[in-house]
Design a protein around this ligand. Structure first.
Ligand code: AMP
Ligand code: ZN
Length: 465
């Protein structure tokens, strides 16, 4: 049974989606004002692993991620660079996905931009208004947290007699709020800032409302999983619950799942502390994207992970070893048939891997299962006991593990002799037809596969390197 720690209840729970066939999940996405750092990517890769494991378990998935493309920092920088909001955020959204793809993450089914959903946000705020959860002050609309009895249930904070300050995401200097923890739903337009003319007046949305509005639009008023980094528990996710449940009266999310921080020398990696690496910094210094992925996934999400370059170099040699293991296995020459020893190795590895990930996604243990499996298979390769059906099953297992971790890297399947001959024949035909582009392409493909062509007096011959 797949178990997940649920921040809402504080318990490790059996995971059961509302719809038995399809899991609906929302992940808070990036604020696209700059390049994302690898701390951000620890959270996004955790969400990717969760997504992939849900699929491994046989469920269909509907995964939604937002792009926060309007906030104070974005507005400031767009104005500085004399760009429209769209022009400014388009480029950083594109950079984000370049990194996301290069880190081997799968794209969510839907990626939704905040500024494309202003009408949905306005509607939601109007529902909150009619349910008595809001008040207006100087053209802005606020959520009165005292009107929502369950406020604090996610973060387990006590809000009676609360004092200003605390989290760096709270605007404690907003003096026009009735209570320092009340948060803004709609901000009145300010001189020189972009705004939308709506029923709530001219203004722009507060940060929290976009996730309530877009998640419920895409996934329904109650859905299965909501994920993000632990810094989003308060106030962002607490506020999302107040907004969604305050409007619908229904439970919003069934499992709240949070990833711990990537740390640097005892501190959270963050833009404001300046102690961060972007993915691009590391790649330009020659580090391997797959190893960055491996490192960020190597610690379970409920534990902090300390980033060091030494740790990254360690991940690099591990990823190389896994790659090499897969290549040797795919190139292994084997006799027809199968053996019980290999069936045993496969069964043990599959069970170990599944039990580890079922246990609240214990990635460290699941990777240990992969390494044990590689070691036992190496011994079997050295002993020459692997038959051709075994080889096929072993490679299938590698692929199924890799459908979750995606760290082995591409290994080109060795070509069969008949496939090599067919390519050579096609190349000869292409040359006769003076299609040199195609003939060169085939020659390069063969070279990459380690096939050497030789012109002899008896005609064209080929051999493996
Ligand atoms: P942001 O772009 O600031 O909205 O953050 C995007 C995501 O990155 C959020 O889910 C944050 O919780 C997460 N995040 C930010 N810093 C870190 C860190 N050092 N380690 C892990 N996740 C982080
Ligand atoms: Zn969010």
């Amino acid at each position: 049974m797949f178990k997940l720690y649920n921040t809402l209840t504080g318990n490790i729970e059996d995971f059961q989606p509302l719809n038995p066939n399809e899991v609906r999940i929302y992940v808070c996405g990036p604020t696209v004002y700059d390049f994302a750092h690898i701390g951000n990517f620890r959270t996004f890769l955790f969400a990717d692993l969760l997504r992939r494991y849900i699929k491994y378990k046989g469920y269909k998935i509907h995964h939604v991620m937002n792009i926060t493309d309007v906030d104070d920092k974005i507005i400031l920088r767009a104005v500085e660079q004399k760009k429209t909001l769209r022009e400014y955020t388009d480029q950083f959204t594109q950079f984000f996905f370049e990194d996301f793809d290069a880190l081997g993450a799968e794209r969510p089914e839907e990626v939704l931009r905040a500024t494309d959903h202003i009408p949905e946000m306005v509607d939601l705020i109007k529902r909150l208004e009619s349910n008595g959860h809001t008040y207006q002050s100087e053209g802005s609309t606020y959520y009165r947290i005292g009107s929502f009895g369950r406020y604090g249930q996610l973060s387990k904070m006590n809000f009676e007699g609360n004092v200003a300050g605390g989290s760096d995401r709270v605007d404690a200097d907003e003096y026009d709020k009735e209570n320092v923890r009340d948060f803004v739903l709609w901000k009145a337009a300010k001189e020189g800032e972009p705004f939308w003319d709506t029923d709530l007046g001219a203004g722009r949305p507060g940060w929290h409302i976009e996730c309530s509005a877009m998640s419920m639009k895409a996934l329904g008023e109650t859905f299965d999983i909501h994920a993000g980094g632990v810094d989003l528990i308060f106030p962002h996710h607490e506020n999302e619950i107040a907004q969604s449940e305050g409007a619908t009266g229904k439970p919003f999310v069934r499992y709240w799942v949070h990833a711990e921080f990537l740390m640097v020398e005892g501190e959270k990696m963050s833009k404001s502390k300046g102690n961060f690496y972007t993915f691009r910094d590391l790649v330009s210094k020659g580090h391997n994207p797959r190893a960055i992925r491996y490192l960020l996934l190597s610690a379970p999400h409920h534990k902090q992970l300390n980033f060091t370059l030494e740790g990254l170099r360690g991940a690099e040699s591990t990823v190389e070893r896994l790659n090499d293991f897969k290549r040797r296995l795919s190139e292994l020459k084997s006799e027809p048939g199968s053996t019980v020893e290999i069936a045993g190795i496969i069964e043990r590895a599959r069970t170990h891997f599944g039990e580890a990930l079922d246990d609240d996604l214990n990635t460290a243990e699941a990777l240990a299962a992969i390494h044990d499996f590689a070691r036992e298979t190496n011994t079997a390769m050295a002993g020459g006991i692997i038959k051709s059906d075994d080889r096929k099953s072993l490679l299938e297992l590698v692929d199924s593990f890799d459908s979750v971790f995606n760290v082995f890297g591409e290994v080109k399947q060795a070509l069969l002799d008949s496939e090599v001959q067919a390519l050579i024949d096609e190349r000869q035909d292409a040359r006769k037809a003076k299609n040199f582009a195609r003939s060169d392409e085939i020659r390069n493909q063969l070279t990459e596969m380690g096939i050497i062509l030789e012109d002899t007096k008896d005609g064209l011959r080929w051999r493996r390197k």
